[in-house]
Structure formats: C-alpha cells, structure tokens
Design a protein around this ligand. Structure first.
Ligand code: ATP
Ligand code: MG
Length: 555
C-alpha cells in the first residue's frame, strides 16, 4: 500500500508539473502573440502614415532591419515594395487573408505557421488613404519552439520535482498508512484511526466476537466428544482413506490387547489377522462389515463402517466391542439345547421301544407290569427334566416373580425334609434341621428350589444309613443355610464344574442315581437371583457341605 501511494504521488506530481508547464507555455504564447499583434499593428500605422506622406522614397530610404518585413501592396494585390525580397518575384497578394481584410475593412491580421521552421509569421495590414495596403510582418516563435528552447531548464525542473516527490512521497505514504497499520485486528475498537474506517472496524469487532463464541462452542463440543470417546469402554477408531489412524481411544487398545499405538500408524498395527483385513477392506469398498476376533482376553466383535463424503469413502469408523460374555452365553445355550435334546431323546426312545413291543404283543403277560413301571420311570424322568428346564429358562430370562414374603427358613427346610422322607427312608438316612428360626424376605418358590435340590442331593449321593443335616443361622445381613451330608463326597477336580448344566460326576456311576445334572444349576441361578452366594466343601468318602447365604431383606 505504501509503495502504491508513493508511486501515485510521484505520478500525480510529475503529471501536474508537466501540465503546468504546457498550460503556462500555451497561455504565455497566446499573450505574447496578442502583444506582438498590437505592436505590429501600431508599427503598420506609423509606417503607413509615413508612406502616405513620403511615398516610395520613405520606404527605400529606411532600413527596417531583420525584425520587421515591410510590404506595400497596390489595391489589386500587386506588390509595389518589399523590404526583404525582390517585389517582382512575388506573386499577387490579393488573396492573402490580412490583405483581403485590410482592403475590405481597413485593417487585417493573419498568422501563418511554418512547420519546418517551427515558427509563425505575424502579419498586420493597414489600408492607406490611396487604397493601397501596407503590411508589416514579423516572425513569432511557435509553442513547440519555445518549449524546445526551454528543454534544458524544463528537464531540470521535472527531474528536481520528481526527486522531491520521491523523497516526500515515501514519508507521506508512510504517514497515511501508519494509522491503518496500527489497527489491532483482535481489538479493533481501541485503535485510533480514520473516521472513514470506523464502520469497518465495528463490523470487524462484531465478527471477532462471533468467531470467538463459535470457537469456544467448537472447543467445548470437541472436548466433550473426546472425553466421551476416551471414557467409554468400547473401542472407537477413526481412519483416513489410506487406513492410517486419525483417532483411537484407550478402549480399543485394551480390547485388542495392544499398546503404544500412535496416530498416523496403519490400522493393521492393531490387528493383522485375515478376518480383520477383510472386514476393513470390505468397509473401504463402501460396505458396513463385521467380524469376530479372538484375543488373549476374550472374544471381540469388530464393526467397520465407511464414512462418506459426496459418494466417496473418506475414512472408516471402527467399533470394537467386548462380546466375551455374549459369546459364552450363546455357547452355553447351544450346549444346553444339545443336552436337552439328548436327555429328552433317551427316555422317549425307551418309551417308544416298550410301547412298540406292547403293541406287537411281544411282551409276556407277567412282564407287562415291569414294562409299565419302566414307562412310568422314564415319563417321570421326562417330567422332571422338563420342569427343571422350565425353571432354568425362567431364571435365564430373568423373569422375576414378585412373590416375596416373610419366610421362616427353618420351617421351610423342615417341610422339605418331610417331603423327602420316603427317599430318605429308602436309604435309611436320618435327616434333621438345626439352628434358628430366621425370617427372610424372599420368593418362597426360589428358596424352595435351593433347599430342595441341596437336600435331594444330600440324600441321593449319601451312603446307606448316612446323615443329612440342614442348619439355619444368620450373620449380619444374611440367613446362612448349611446342608451337610455324610455321603461319598465330590472329588476335588469336579468341584469347579458341578454347577454347570448337565454336569454329573462319574456319569456311569451317577446313572444308577436318578438325575439330569440340572439341580445345582438351578441352585446357583436361584441364589444369584436373591443376591446371595453358594459355596461347597467336600471330602471324598466323608461328606459334603453346601453353604448358602441369602440376604434377609430383599435388595
Ligand atoms: P438333578 O438334580 O437334576 O436331578 P443331579 O443331582 O445329578 O440331577 P445336580 O444336582 O446338578 O444333578 O448335581 C450334579 C452332580 O454333582 C451330581 O450328579 C453329583 O455327581 C454331584 N453331587 C451333587 N451333590 C452332591 C453331594 N451332596 N454329594 C456328592 N455328590 C454330589
Ligand atoms: Mg441333584
């Protein structure tokens, strides 16, 4: 800007000087021409008077010098006398402007320009009393000639003024620009500057405030987003179209069991398995894709989604989810279905076989009762299996019956042992309930399932003539139910698995004892539903102790 102003000043001042010189020259030239004509006209009148008085004698005896040229012309335009040239060599002057005017009006003027000499000839003619015309001419320099004569001084003046304007313009332009330069764009209103700039500065100030506000909002939003992303346990990874990581949270590193992954690294540094690569490439091709990965800490589900900008994939959003529990439950469900089908098939095959034989009259009359008893036994097994399965599915679905009531656990345990009296008697097992009458706030059916299954096992897996005791006590918050038997016990290596569905210790031996292996699963889930705990201690050939703790007040 400074240089532009400087250049403008130099240009304007140079043009101004040139125009001034030209105008002055033109005006001076006009003035001097006018003065010359006046002088010339007076001269013509004076010489004319002398010619009127003395005629040709005066003209021939007078030296007019180099300045003036005097010509005497007759009324028909013939040159009678000329102070410079031989009059005979001169043509008729009647059509000359000044002569023509003088003959018509008494006096006439003319100016003739000579391009080659760059000068003008001024002519003044006066009609004399005898009708002849006397003309006085002089040479007058043209404007260009004047200017040519003054070239030296003019150039000096122009150069001088140009130099001066160069010096001045720099300072002037800096002074003009200084208030503009001193504007603080961040705080435009505190700057002292030109009044003309005030609307612009006000606008700048308003826009500054708006931009500041928007920046604050953006920063806050970004911080919120980063905080959320950083703190969620799921993994989130953003990549560019070249599959370099733009953002990743701690969750992704944890879930994929990697560390020190830096922004800018390839996404394959997180996992380089074929499944992961395929999933990423499918997403890059524009398809949302999923895959499962197995890490040392569990199962992970990867969901890769393409991010698009005007139909082009401009990056990927990758989610990493911990699906270990979901995977485990699904596997359990699959196993459970397979087991249930198997367990249903065995009694049904027996029933089908026996009924087939009965229909074909292949059974002797004395065996019919035994076959009937077999069908009854298998049907009982089926009913018990179906009941257990229903209980478990209810527990699995988390169907919570709100049948909580105040239950005396001691009373309930006594009732259950009464119901199991027949089985106990079969094995001559003495049963007993000890402890206190603890009242808990719980679902009666759930509590029944827990105590019944534990007591049922305590009898089933007990020795002939053994003992079964249920003790009821309480600690600070829980009722403690201890079911101890003097049975064969559970070998240590099986203890960790007895709560699994369909798990039975020593299947061949257990087969002699009725059961499906679901009882303890029901116990475990029921206890979990009350918010309590179950523990087992066992010694082979000595006995087993199950300890269940149930919150006295329902959570
Ligand atoms: P169900 O209870 O469904 O009729 P089950 O008794 O075989 O069948 P669970 O109650 O789940 O199944 O018990 C699982 C296994 O744990 C049993 O098969 C048995 O081998 C072992 N077990 C359970 N309780 C005892 C116990 N008190 N003494 C010795 N072994 C036991
Ligand atoms: Mg059982």
């Amino acid at each position: 800007m400074t240089s532009k102003i400087s250049k403008s000043i130099i240009f304007i001042s140079t043009v101004a000087v040139l125009l001034t010189i030209i105008l002055t020259t033109v005006l001076l030239n006009e003035y001097s021409t006018k003065q010359s004509f006046i002088g010339l006209s007076q001269q013509a009148m004076v010489i004319g008077k002398s010619v009127e008085t003395n005629g040709m004698n005066y003209l021939e005896s007078t030296d007019f010098g180099d300045t003036f040229r005097v010509t005497w012309i007759s009324a028909d335009g013939t040159v009678i006398f000329d102070s410079v040239a031989d009059e005979k060599s001169l043509d008729n002057h009647a059509d000359r402007k000044e002569i023509h005017e003088a003959l018509e009006n008494g006096s006439g003027n003319s100016m003739r320009y000579s391009g080659t000499l760059m000068q003008s000839a001024l002519n003044c003619a006066e009609r004399l009393s005898d009708g002849t015309v006397l003309r006085v001419s002089t040479v007058h320099l043209s404007i260009l000639a004047h200017m040519m004569n003054m070239t030296g001084p003019l150039v000096l003046v122009i150069v001088g003024i140009s130099l001066l304007s160069v010096l001045v313009s720099d300072k002037v332009s800096k002074k003009i620009v200084q208030p503009i330069n001193s504007i603080n764009p961040d705080r435009p209103l505190i700057s002292k500057t030109y009044k003309e700039l005030e609307p612009l500065l006000n606008k700048l100030n308003t826009q500054n405030s708006r931009v500041r506000r928007q920046m604050e909002e953006l920063t806050e939003n970004r911080m919120q987003f980063e905080q959320i992303v950083a703190n969620i346990s799921e993994g989130i990874i953003l990549t560019d179209p070249k599959l370099n990581i733009i953002t990743l949270n701690e969750g992704s590193e944890k879930l994929l069991c990697v560390d020190n992954i830096q922004v800018g690294q390839s996404v394959y540094t997180l996992n380089s398995s074929d499944e992961f690569r395929k999933c990423i490439l499918d997403a890059l091709g524009g398809m949302r894709s999923e895959c499962m990965l197995r890490t040392k800490n569990g199962e992970r589900e990867i969901i890769a989604s393409p991010a698009r900008r005007i139909d082009m994939v401009c990056g990927l959003v990758i989610f990493v989810l911990d699906v270990t529990e979901k995977y485990r439950l699904e596997e359990m469900r699959r196993e459970f279905t397979a087991n249930v089908s198997h367990e249903l098939k065995t009694p049904l095959t027996t029933i089908y076989g026996i009924s087939d034989m009965l229909m074909g009259n292949m059974v002797m009359a004395e065996d019919v009762a035994q076959f009937g008893a077999d069908i009854h036994y298998e049907a009982e097994r089926l009913i018990s299996l179906i009941n257990d399965t229903i209980s478990l599915s209810k527990l699995d679905e988390g169907i919570r019956t709100d049948n909580t009531a105040e239950i005396d656990v001691y009373e309930l345990a006594s009732e259950i042992l009464e119901r199991l009296e027949l089985s106990a008697e079969e094995k001559e097992i003495s049963t007993s309930v000890s402890g206190e009458h603890i009242i808990v706030n719980a679902d009666r059916l759930i509590l029944n399932d827990i105590i019944y299954n534990l007591c049922d096992n305590g009898i089933k897996y007990n020795k002939q003539g053994g003992k079964l005791n249920v003790n009821i006590s309480a600690n600070r918050k829980n009722a403690v139910i201890t079911v101890s038997d003097t049975g064969k016990g559970i070998p240590e290596e099986h203890i960790g698995r007895i709560f699994e569905r369909f798990y039975r210790v020593d299947k061949s031996r257990s087969d002699k004892v009725k059961g499906t292996g679901l009882g303890l699963s029901i116990v475990k889930h029921s206890v979990m539903q009350t918010g309590g705990t179950v523990d087992v201690k066992s010694e082979t050939d000595k006995g087993t102790v199950f300890t269940v703790e149930i919150p006295i007040q329902k959570a």
